[in-house]
Ligand binder design. Structure first.
Ligand code: CA
Length: 231
């Protein structure tokens, strides 16, 4: 069960969202104004905030910015009828993670909420230091070192290695990696995953301390496992 905040001034939509999400086992607080939403996020932490951008008392983008500042760990999904706002809001500027354009189906919203909650539970918290043998993954700084030598990784390579490091020594399935790192359930090819694993392996091994780096073992027909110690 997750703690959700719904911010929506439209009674019909707010009612439907609150009731629907409660029926799926979530704790839901519903606020109808920006002022109410900002009071709520100042008071306690939420796992996910559904934020209508068209509120009566304050500009939605500004509300989004303030919700993000108050809740750095929450997932923010904005609901808007105006597609031109999306770039601003979902970009770094206002800090939203995702959006849905009105009108949307409840099933679509629920699937999106589930994917985000799953993903935020699986990925390491921003302040985490993941230590696997000689390798340190500093999630907040997005830096990887092996015996203190830095390994430069691209965004998804970093996310992939961090996800494997959370469960070091344990098999992680391809489906789990696709869902957690790419936020996608791929029914077809997962070649993207293999390409990224190959790149991470190459970069870990290529550094001056590459011989001390942990190995990513392929588990045929299943997924991958990051080894606690090399060899
Ligand atoms: Ca509205």
């Amino acid at each position: 069960m997750a703690d959700l905040l719904v911010v929506e001034d439209d009674e019909t939509i707010g009612m439907a969202l609150s009731a629907g999400l409660r029926a799926h086992g979530h704790a839901v607080s519903w606020q109808r104004t920006a002022r109410g939403a900002l009071d709520a996020v100042a008071g306690r932490g939420f796992d996910l905030v559904l934020l209508d951008l068209g509120l009566p008392d304050l500009d939605g983008v500004e509300v989004c910015r303030r919700v993000r500042a108050a809740q750095p760990g929450a997932v923010i999904v904005v609901l808007t009828a105006r597609s031109e706002e999306i770039d601003v809001v979902v970009g770094l500027e206002a800090g939203a993670d995702d959006y849905l354009t009105k009108p949307f189906r409840f099933g679509e919203l629920l699937a999106r909420v589930r994917a985000h909650l799953r993903r935020s539970a699986a990925l390491p918290p921003a302040q985490a230091l993941l230590i696997v043998g000689a390798m340190v993954v500093d999630v907040g700084a997005r830096r990887v070192t092996v015996a203190e030598a830095e390994v430069a990784l691209r965004t998804k390579e970093f996310d992939l290695l961090a996800r494997l490091a959370v469960d070091a020594g344990t098999a992680v399935s391809r489906e789990t990696l696709m869902a957690d790192v790419w936020d996608a359930h791929w029914f077809g090819s997962t070649k993207t995953l293999d390409v990224h694993v190959a790149a991470v392996r190459r970069k870990l091994a290529a550094g001056p301390t590459g011989a001390e780096a942990p190995l990513i073992t392929t588990l045929r027909g299943h997924g991958y496992r990051l080894e606690h110690s090399p060899g």
